[in-house]
Ligand binder design. Sequence first.
Ligand code: UVW
Length: 339
Amino acid sequence: MTRRWTQRPPGSNWGDFGDDDQLGRLNLLTEAKVREGVAEVRAGKVFSLSLPLDLPGGNVLNPARHPPRLMPTQRDGKPMFLHAFRHDHNTTDVACDDRVSLSLQYSTQWDGLSHIGSHFDADGDGTAEMVFYNGYSGEADFAHAQDDDGGWSRAHRLGIEHMAAKGVQGRGVLVDLRRHFGDERRRIGFEDLMRVIDLDGVEVRRGDMLCLHTGFADLILGMGGEPDGDRLARACAVLDGGDARLLDWIDESGIAALVADNYAVEDRPYDFKGDGCHALLPLHERCLFKLGLHLGELWHLTPLAEWLARHHRHAFLLTAPPLHLPGAVGSPLNPIATV
Ligand code: UVW
C-alpha cells in the first residue's frame, strides 16, 4: 500500500477504502447489496436505460464531443463491407466488419474517476499539483502523446476498467424530479431534493445507486437527432453544485453512484458567486475527485420512472457495467433496470 498524499482535501474520503483503492464508493456494492437489488425484482420486466449512442445528435451539448462514426475495417487495402471471400469459389459467406470513432461521453455514459481531478497540494510541499481521487497524479499516472492523428491518451490509474471488472450491480433507487418540477430548468438544492424524497416516500439506503429522473434525455429523444440547443439549455432539473448542504448529503447518504438523465447531473457552467479559486463543476469535484463516486449522465430513465410511478415503487435491480476499456476515463453503456 502506498499513501500518495500527506494532506487530503477537506470533505474527501481518500484512504478510507485503502491507500491503493481505485474503485471509490463502488466498494459499497457488496454481495449483500446485490441480494438487496435482486429482492426488488418482482415483475420480471426489463428496461434498457440507454439512449441510442448517436443521440443527442450534432455537438450542441459539448463542442468537443461528436456522434459516433462507423467505418469498415480494412483487409488487404479493401473495406470489409459486403466483402465476399472470392479467393475460394465454393464459399458463400459475405462479411461486414466495423470499427468506430466514438466520443466515450457523447451519450449515455459513466464518468470514471480519472475524468475530473483538481489542482491540489496533496504532498504538502506548498504547490498545487494535478491530482485525482485518492491522490493519483495527473503527471505520473496518466499518459498522453500528440501525433498527426490527434494523439493518444491513457489513464494508467483510475481507468474505467476497474469499474468494469467490478461488474456494477445492486439496488437502484429513483427520485422523480420531473413529476414535481416539470420540464423547465430548475436548480435543485438540498431542500428541494429532501422535499421530493419525503413526499414520495423514497428510501435511499447506503450502497444504493441513486438515479434522478428529470426528463432531459426524453426531450433529446423527442428531438430525433436534431437537438435544439437553446431549448436544452433551459430544460429540466439540474442539481445545484454550489449547495454545500446538498454535497454533504451526497457524502453522508452513502450512495454508491449518482446517476441522472441530464447532461452533467449539475448545472453547467456553474455561475460561482464567491471569490477566489474554485471548481467550475463543484459537484463533479466533490463526487469524482473527493469521494470516488462515479457519475452517470444522459441515462434514459423516463419509461422506468413512469412504470415505477404507476406501481408506487422506487427501487429496482440495476446492472450497469461500463465497457472494459483499459485506460479510458469514461464509458458509454447500456444500463439495465429489472423491476
Ligand atoms: C464535462 O462536460 C467536462 O463533463 P461531463 O460529461 O461529466 O459533464
